[in-house]
Design a protein around this ligand. Structure first.
Ligand SMILES: Nc1nc2c(ncn2[C@@H]2O[C@H](COP(=O)(O)OP(=O)(O)O)[C@@H](O)[C@H]2O)c(=O)[nH]1
Ligand SMILES: [Mg+2]
Ligand SMILES: [Zn+2]
Length: 312
C-alpha cells in the first residue's frame, strides 16, 4: 500500500491512504539514510507499507523527497531533525504583539526556506491588536514593508477575528503547507480558522513546554479536503539552527543581495569588511535594509559559533 505520513510519535507513524489511517512501524532492518538525521520518516513522506494481520502496518520504503526542512535537534549538536518533507510553501506565522517575533527569527526561517528551495510567505497574525496599540501598529507596518520590499508576500491577518483568513485560504489551496513560528503566535488558531472542522487546541502552552521540552509535542499534517490542501502544524520553534550551511552561501539566500554579489571587487567577498564590497555599498545607500544586513552578519557569526561547538 502507498500512503502519506501525517503524524509521527516515537516509533509509530500514522499513514493516510484512501481516506483511512494506518498506524505503522518501520521495518526492523530499515537502513537509515546517513546517520546524522534523527528521524528517517517524517510528516509529508510518501511511503510504501505492508498491512499486518493486527491492523497495523510496516513501512518498507520511503520515497525520495522533493524537499525537506531541517532544524538542529539540540543546539550545537551535529544531529539534525527533519521537520517535514515535500513542502510547497512555508508560512511563517509571526506576531508583533505577545509573543513578539523578532526579524532575526523571521530571517532565519526565510534563509532556511531559500536554502531548501521552498517558497515562503509571512503571516503577521494578531493584527486586531493594532487598533488599540500604537506601538504594535507601527512595528507591524515597518515589518510588513520591510519584507514586501524584499519581495516576500506579507499578509496582515487576525486568526481570532477572521481578518485576512480568506486570503490565506487562497494562498494555501492545493498545496502542502508548513506553518512555522514561535509558540503562542497563533498557528493552531489560524489552522482552525482556515478549516472549521479541525478543532486544534489553542493556547494550551504550559510553562515547561515553552522552555523547549518538546517531548509531548509533535508535528502533524492535516488533510483539508475542501481546500485540497495539507496543512502542517508544528510545535513552536524556539531556535532554528542553521544546518548544512557554508560561510559563502548566506548572501545567496537574501534575495535582495543577489543582484549585487557579482559586483564585489573580490569573488570570495564575505561582505563584512572587504574594500569594494557592492553589498555594503547597497546597505549604505539604503538599497538593502540595514536590519536584514545585520541578520546576515549575525548568521555568519552564529554559523562559526555553531561549527566551533560541533568540533568540541
Ligand atoms: N488577539 C489575538 N489573539 C490570538 C490570535 N490568534 C491567536 N491568538 C491567541 O494567541 C494564543 C496562542 O494561540 P495558538 O493558536 O495556540 O498559538 P500557537 O502556539 O502558535 O499554535 C491563544 O490564546 C489565542 O487565542 C489573533 O489573531 N488575535
Ligand atoms: Mg499550536
Ligand atoms: Zn561584498
Amino acid at each position: 500500500m502507498e500512503g502519506l505520513v501525517i503524524r509521527t510519535t516515537g516509533n509509530w507513524y500514522r499513514v493516510a491512504a484512501n481516506g483511512t489511517c494506518c498506524e505503522c512501524r518501520l521495518r526492523g532492518n530499515y537502513r537509515l539514510r546517513g546517520n546524522k538525521q534523527t528521524n528517517p520518516v517524517v510528516v509529508g513522506d510518501h511511503v510504501h507499507y505492508d498491512p499486518q494481520p493486527d491492523g497495523t502496518g510496516v513501512i518498507t520504503e520511503v520515497a525520495d523527497r522533493a524537499n525537506y526542512i531541517v532544524r538542529q535537534s539540540v543546539k550545537l549538536s551535529k544531529q539534525t531533525h527533519v521537520l517535514a518533507a515535500n513542502i510547497d510553501l512555508l508560512c511563517i506565522v509571526a506576531s508583533m504583539g505577545t509573543p513578539r517575533t523578532s526579524t532575526g527569527f523571521i530571517d532565519r526561517l526565510l534563509v532556511t526556506a531559500e536554502a531548501y528551495h521552498i517558497p515562503a510567505c509571512l503571516l503577521l497574525n494578531k493584527s486586531d491588536l493594532c487598533a488599540a496599540d500604537e506601538e504594535h501598529r507601527m512595528l507591524q507596518a515597518v515589518v510588513a514593508d520591510l519584507y514586501r520590499r524584499v519581495g516576500y508576500p506579507v499578509y496582515e491577518i487576525s486568526a481570532l477575528k477572521g481578518d485576512g483568513v480568506d486570503q490565506v485560504r487562497d494562498v494555501v489551496r492545493g498545496k502542502t503547507v508548513l506553518f512555522s513560528g514561535h509558540s503562542g503566535v497563533g498557528k493552531s488558531a489560524l489552522l482552525n480558522a482556515l478549516s472549521s472542522g479541525l478543532g486544534l487546541k489553542v493556547g494550551a502552552i504550559s510553562d515547561w513546554s515553552r522552555k523547549g521540552m518538546h517531548t509531548t509535542t509533535f508535528t502533524e499534517l492535516h488533510p483539508i479536503a475542501d481546500l485540497d490542501a495539507y496543512l502542517i502544524d508544528t510545535p513552536g520553534i524556539r531556535e532554528f539552527g542553521l544546518v548544512d550551511f557554508h560561510d559563502g552561501e548566506f548572501s545567496h539566500f537574501f534575495p535582495e543581495m543577489r543582484q549585487w554579489l557579482r559586483q564585489c571587487r573580490f569573488a570570495n567577498c564575505t561582505h563584512r569588511h572587504e574594500p569594494g564590497c557592492a553589498v555594503m555599498e547597497a546597505v549604505e545607500r539604503g538599497d538593502i535594509d540595514a536590519e536584514r544586513y545585520q541578520s546576515y552578519l549575525n548568521m555568519l557569526e552564529s554559523l562559526s559559533d555553531e561549527s566551533r561547538g560541533a568540533l568540541r
